[in-house]
Design a protein around this ligand. Sequence first.
Ligand SMILES: [Zn+2]
Length: 268
Amino acid sequence: MIRLPNLRTTFPTAAVACLIWLAMLALVQAQQREPRTEPDASRGPASAHRRGTPTDEMGTFVSKILWSTEQVWEAKFREAGKRYEKPILVLYGGLTPSACGMGAAVMGPFYCPTDRKIYLDTSFFDELTRRYRAPGNFAQAYVIAHEVGHHVQALLGIEKRVSDAQSNTTERDANQLNVRLELQADCLAGIWASWLRQLPGVMEPGDIEAALRATQALGDDIIQKQTTGTVVLDSFTHGSGDQRARWFKRGLDTGRLQQCDTFGAPEL
Ligand SMILES: [Zn+2]
């Protein structure tokens, strides 16, 4: 059970940014493409009623986790001489408009690079426990940190380069690029966990295991087996459970951006 101090965080926090992460710039070829939605870590059905306002327990929890990600990424960007622009996190139920189109709880949490907002239907947290058998609030925190990872990718120009490249390639190759993007977001979430682990009295035994269970459970292979009974590698968009756990752990173990180069990795 993760414990974080009480905050007076305004909700949502807003920001815009533009930063280039030099180490990642040569990863993919730049080509023009329409903005797209980033349906994410979860793809299971979620209940449609509204839950989780900033004043309730879930809203407070989400605010705290978002705050913790801001501490990590502000520090990392500062080290690079840049300024981290905070994302907006939108809690919603059922349906929500976004600059990437209509978001639905059934899509699970997603990040929209166009408006730089994270969309989270907190009923997904129930899904994590019940359907994906990944209970614990650190598993939930990982999901938020993963979406923030996509925001970091947007700030660094990585998301744009990937979506540009995807617009001019086969579906199979576009899926593979997406897998690398997703695994990198897992690695970035691992960097967040690495930072948190250094704080005294915040994390408790079992927290890391809870996050790893979530990364495993949200792997394409596990979800495909559950939903269709078969596994189709070419259709993977997020990576296998083992891959997701591996990249999360790499970020966790190293705490270094340079270790999250999924695009340059010969093996995932
Ligand atoms: Zn993702």
